[in-house]
Design a protein around this ligand. Structure first.
Ligand SMILES: Cc1ncc(COP(=O)(O)O)c(C=O)c1O
Length: 426
């Protein structure tokens, strides 16, 4: 039912306290509700995708092409966070985040007992990296395109424990990338820890093929999945990784500071946990008994996180899954690919003046494209974009000195054209 202004005002005083602080937010949220989706939506149905855009409080002045850093949340997610906080703050309810693991699990093709709640991707990477029994000289395969969040935990173990990191550069095709991975294998290789989609140029790596090979070689297969969920339809069981760290605050469009770590059930007794607390235990410890009873770990991925969580934020995560599932992940993927193809075509139309550094192969790309403009300093161009209210990202990681644009369901080809105009001028 579309909420009218009258029935909106009729709601109880509790709701009014919350809404009075930001009436325009509530009005906008109720003004254009997204209809329930019943099936396939064309990736070029601009009327529908404009309605999707109206669900976001994104500034109308800006072309926001930086979902790779943060995904803006739509109104229903923001409202779920507010309501979750109000429930806690009005009545002192403790909890309310327990159902989030089950929803996340279903969304990514895993079981509820394989999902640990975290606050970002970095949390999950650190849990996986530190929990792995590695000793001096053990080798870990990674890429030259790591984000600091995946690079530094493993580099830290290199500094502290003497593990050895071996790197490859992703190739232009999935097949060649896989060959480069295999070429790094030695008798000392113990693990592979690579991004599903590097933050640098958004190339989609052949995660399933990499994990299948890693299992053949008896290696620990870890995937930094910062950009996976919400962009690609995931089935982590099918992918075959041992652990996958991700967040809800990028392509899932969820609240900032929410994430999760998947750890395969059969791997949970191998991946040691060092960070424990309320919920990580099996409730069998007793400090007052003689001798002290230590108990042991929870029989699920809850062993990897403990303590109080934010009800509001995790209600928001569930609302973000509802939002995405209402549109449909296949429809979302198709729209993302439509905008990404358009972006690539535009970048390629500049000929040798612009270098597209993301593969064009369909299985090796998603919603992120990287590029360089010949003879133009990437940082200066980034500043120019900011002056013109076009938000992209500059990529200085690993000396790449490039630029990155990311497009999600709230974007349109007009947003992309604004960036192309600036490239033309540059
Ligand atoms: C590939 C990749 N890994 C890890 C991270 C770190 O994510 P977070 O800030 O949520 O910890 C990012 C963030 O952009 C990323 O792009």
């Amino acid at each position: 039912m579309k909420a009218t202004r009258r029935n909106f005002i009729k709601k109880g005083s509790a709701a009014l306290v919350g809404t009075m602080a930001f009436p325009s937010f509530m009005e906008e949220m109720h003004a254009n509700p997204l209809p329930a989706n019943t099936g396939s939506i064309s990736s070029t149905d601009e009327t529908y995708w404009k309605m999707v855009r109206q669900q976001f409080p994104l500034s109308k002045d800006w072309a926001y092409l930086n979902n790779g850093t943060l995904g803006p949340s739509p109104y229903p997610v923001i409202e779920a966070v507010r309501k979750g906080m109000m429930d806690g703050d009005q009545f002192g309810h403790y909890g309310g985040w327990e159902d989030t693991s089950a929803r996340l699990a279903k969304f990514v093709g895993a079981d509820e007992n394989e999902i640990a709640l975290t606050h970002n991707v970095t949390d999950g990477i650190n849990i996986a990296c530190w929990g792995l029994p590695l000793k001096k000289g053990d080798e870990v395969i990674m890429t030259t395109h790591e984000h600091v969040g995946n690079a530094f935990p493993w580099l830290n173990r290199q500094m502290l424990h003497g593990i050895v990191i071996k790197v490859f550069t992703p190739a232009n095709t999935a097949a060649e990338t896989l060959e480069r991975v295999k070429a790094l294998y030695t008798k000392k290789t113990r693990a592979i820890a690579v991004p599903h989609i590097p933050c640098t140029q958004g190339q989609v790596l052949p995660a399933k093929e990499i994990c299948t090979w890693a299992k053949e070689k008896n290696l620990f297969a870890f995937i930094d999945g910062a950009h996976g969920p919400g962009m690609l339809e995931l089935n982590l069981h099918d992918m075959g990784c041992d652990a996958y760290a991700s967040c809800s605050h990028k392509w899932m469009l969820g609240p900032k500071g929410t994430g999760f770590l998947y750890v395969r059930k059969d791997f949970q007794n191998t991946l040691q946990t060092y960070f424990v607390g309320g919920g990580s235990d099996n409730a069998k410890w007793n400090m007052a008994s003689t001798p002290i009873e230590t108990g042991t770990y929870a029989d699920t991925a809850h062993r990897y996180f403990g303590g109080t969580q934010s009800t509001g934020l995790y209600k928001g995560v569930v609302a973000s899954i509802d939002f995405l599932e209402n549109i449909g992940m296949q429809n979302i993927y198709n729209r993302i690919m439509h905008l990404s193809t358009y972006s690539q075509e535009q970048l390629l139309s500049f000929g040798d003046k612009v270098e597209l550094i993301t593969p064009t192969e369909i299985i090796s790309r998603g919603g992120v494209n990287g590029f360089r403009i010949r003879g133009v300093d990437f940082n200066k161009f980034f500043s120019k974009c900011m002056e013109n209210k076009v938000r992209i990202r500059s990529v200085q990681e690993n000396g790449l000195n490039s630029l990155r644009m990311s497009t999600h369901i709230y974007n349109s080809t007009e947003d992309i054209d604004r960036l192309m105009e600036l490239i033309k001028k540059a």
